[in-house]
Design a protein around this ligand. Sequence first.
Ligand code: G6P
Length: 369
Amino acid sequence: EQIEKGGYDHFMLKEIYEQPLAIKDTYRGRLLVNEAIIKLSGVEDNMKRFLNADRIIIVACGTSWHAGLVAEYIFEDLARIPVEVEYASEFRYRNPVITEKDVVIAISQSGETADTLAAIKLAKSKGAFVFGVCNVVGSSIARETDAGAYTHAGPEIGVASTKAFTTQITILTLIALRLARAKGTMSSSDYRRQLQELELIPEKVTEALKADKHIQAIAETYKDSRNMLYLGRGYNFPVALEGALKLKEISYIHAEGYPAAEMKHGPIALIDENMPVIVIATKKGHYEKVVSNIQEIKARKGKIIGIVTQGDVSVRELADHVIEIPETLENLSPLLTTIPLQLLSYHIAVMLGKNVDQPRNLAKSVTVE
Ligand code: G6P
């Protein structure tokens, strides 16, 4: 096992550090920047189904559901296709309205999650076209879907999902960009820019990982907290949810993710000097509005950890700590903002002596209801 961990203390840490390579493996052979082409045979072969779709319904569980939420922003923003994101467990029992014009995208790292598999079978029985985004080749979901695209992230052993999440977002971005080009919802210059920026993400993830020591010190400061709040807006709202989930899963500290603006409808009541608030406040994501949310937290003495773009000034003045990430396009920012949140929960869990790779009560893949 030590050999398998490749010199890292835990699989989770290894998998966090594998992300630059995993993301590259996801787009390798599919993202052809010089030719300005995205090649995804599962999409190409079924282009009519995608282009005729009234909407896309995304079904998933856990972290994969969070990737689905990011995809909702990506598909609607870039390709102008309406998207609904569903917990597979709710969708399957709701008697949902599904038609032959629906495209269902099922997202699953393991490809074995029972609820997701059942949701796929239901959608197929109603005539929908079902596309799978899986990591495990030949898995049940990969076999059950009409077409799909693998993430090629390599085996993920840590129960808390890390590289599966960022590679899911990568492949979903490729799909959305391909559809945006086919539908003409994006200019060719914007499209080229997107491809160029996506290609640069692995090195920017490497850059983001350099904050590890700094994040470790922040973890030391807050490891004994009872609660933490994670806030983000737009593309980074699902990242806030995912950050909170990571902390809960492995450190057993209660954490909530919230859309930053929604804070005043509830969570603000919890904020005092004992509440660390992690705020994703990157330059392009409604920055001014998030800064004003940060001021509200500060006025209530909450401790602020800002995830900011390199060179940020405004948040730095207000926050107790900032963690910088490189600049990128807004729709690609979740691939970077996620990194410090993974490291923060990892270090807190290690400091608390928790079983990081196999947290209590959790399974890597939930194959029963
Ligand atoms: C379990 C795992 C999570 C995962 C979820 C969905 O809860 O612990 O890490 O996100 O299942 O799994 P899937 O394999 O379908 O992505």
